[in-house]
Write a protein that binds this ligand. Structure first.
Ligand SMILES: NC(=O)c1ccc[n+]([C@@H]2O[C@H](COP(=O)([O-])OP(=O)(O)OC[C@H]3O[C@@H](n4cnc5c(N)ncnc54)[C@H](OP(=O)(O)O)[C@@H]3O)[C@@H](O)[C@H]2O)c1
Length: 401
């Protein structure tokens, strides 16, 4: 592996994201990795960019690394000098992750966590694994139990077998074996299986997550552009929205071992009544607001006035069931991304960090307030888009004259 040919071979292996055979040529482990050409290249480039370098870096496999949360984790891990494998089903649609690092540092790789072999393959040689795969709506073989429970257990099994040092699993607030929604019950079952297979795994349970690519504020903002009314299911249900980069920072803090702030071992019930070591963090932002108030904040950010109409749970449940049936009858041609019956059940429960839970602060992270971020990405839904501030100041000038 010495000389020009050797260096080219290493770069080719890393660039193709091969995890089988040839990757074994790259020395395993953080220290060995940092001695390779690519390691030196990453270190130099990271220094040039002024990025923070961890003292020891290695390979991290991010399942769902092309998703909303995963891409922020990928960026942070790349900036910290890690080599990042972005494992997803459509790597051809995930090329946007490549510029997060230097050439070959961040690579999309084909993997399906419903499949044993493919899951094992992308974990081989990794020092850390993060599972960011989750669904809100069932379609085809992407069922709640298959993704949230079976696949979560599969990733943990494979990580344990491959000798991975750190496993981070993204769950959700509302994960509860007694939850009225299948989403909540399968998330709880997933946590149980992860801790059973990999007792040192760290579980992060975020509330609703906001950020430029979110499907919460953006979705209602899009609706507000065309509709004079906003139908709200569970207008009094409370949320504690957490900023997407704070969630990514939590993952980074866990992987980079910055968990010195944990002073009290909070119990994490895993379903069988056995208290586990403190491994579960509940991630929420600095504000707890009702659904209706959150929609008010969104409307303010997009400078539109809309009527917020409360839809009773029974009515919403009936409508959602009709949409679910339409999905079933269409044989998968129509996927109900509007509102499912399971989501209506979810909306009956608050999504708020419990008293005494370990939180972002225990990981040394100060949660970001919504006001400092919402305007930055919701401006595109304003009547005058990015020119709104200009038109507003022009109006003010007119008024002063
Ligand atoms: N977003 C929120 O507000 C929120 C709130 C609480 C908890 N969470 C949890 O946080 C995690 C991340 O959520 P997110 O919003 O980032 O999700 P997302 O945007 O929907 O991303 C999901 C990712 O998983 C990949 N994926 C889906 N099925 C897969 C499979 N079978 N095998 C391999 N990869 C697969 C997707 O890529 P491909 O389609 O290319 O495979 C995508 O990269 C999830 O566990 C979610 O439940 C999210």
């Amino acid at each position: 592996m010495d000389g020009w040919a050797g260096r080219q071979e290493i770069l080719a292996i890393v660039a193709t994201g091969e995890t089988g055979g040839p990757l074994c040529c790259v020395p395993r482990g953080p220290a060995a990795f940092l001695n390779t050409t690519v390691g030196r290249c990453i270190r130099q480039s990271s220094r040039q960019k002024g990025a923070i370098m961890a003292t020891a870096t290695g390979i991290v496999t991010l399942f769902g690394g092309s998703g909303f949360v995963g891409r922020y984790v990928a960026q942070r891990m790349a900036r910290a000098g890690w080599r990042v494998r972005v494992a997803c089903r459509r790597p051809n649609e995930a090329h946007f992750v490549r510029p997060y690092g230097v050439v070959g540092q961040v690579e999309p790789i084909l993997a399906n966590i419903r499949d044993d072999a493919s899951t094992r393959q992308v974990i081989q040689g990794a020092d850390a694994v993060v599972n960011c795969v989750g669904i809100l709506v069932e379609s085809g073989r992407q069922r709640f139990d298959a993704i949230h429970a079976d696949a979560a257990g599969r990733v943990a099994d494979a990580a344990a077998m491959e000798g991975v040092r750190t496993l981070v699993h993204l769950s959700a607030l509302g994960s509860d074996p007694d939850s009225p929604s299948l989403y909540g019950r399968t998330k709880a079952e997933g946590e149980r299986r992860v801790l059973a297979a990999f007792p040192d795994a760290v579980i992060l349970r975020p509330s609703i997550i906001f950020g430029p690519e979110d499907q919460f504020f953006n979705r209602f903002a899009r609706m507000a552009r065309f509709s004079p009314v906003l139908p709200l299911v569970g207008r009094r249900t409370r949320f504690q929205p957490v900023y997407v980069d704070d969630v990514a920072a939590a993952v980074e803090a866990v992987i980079c071992g910055r968990r010195g702030h944990v002073s009290k071992p909070g119990p994490a019930e895993t379903g069988d009544g056995e208290p586990q070591p403190a491994r579960v963090y509940e991630l929420g932002g600095p504000e707890v607001e009702s659904f209706s108030v959150l929609m008010g904040r969104m409307l303010q950010a997009i400078r539109r006035r809309r009527l917020r109409v409360s839809l009773p749970f029974a009515v919403a449940g009936f409508g959602a069931r009709m949409l679910d049936i339409a999905q079933l009858l269409s044989g998968g041609l129509f996927v109900n991304h509007i509102l499912t019956e399971d989501q209506v059940r979810q909306l009956r429960r608050d999504s708020v960090v419990r008293d005494g839970a370990l939180t972002l602060e225990h990981l040394g992270i100060t949660p970001t307030a919504m006001d400092s971020v919402l305007d930055e990405y919701l401006y595109c839904h304003r009547p005058h888009g990015q020119f709104t501030l200009l038109t507003e100041s022009a109006k003010n000038l007119d008024a002063e004259r």
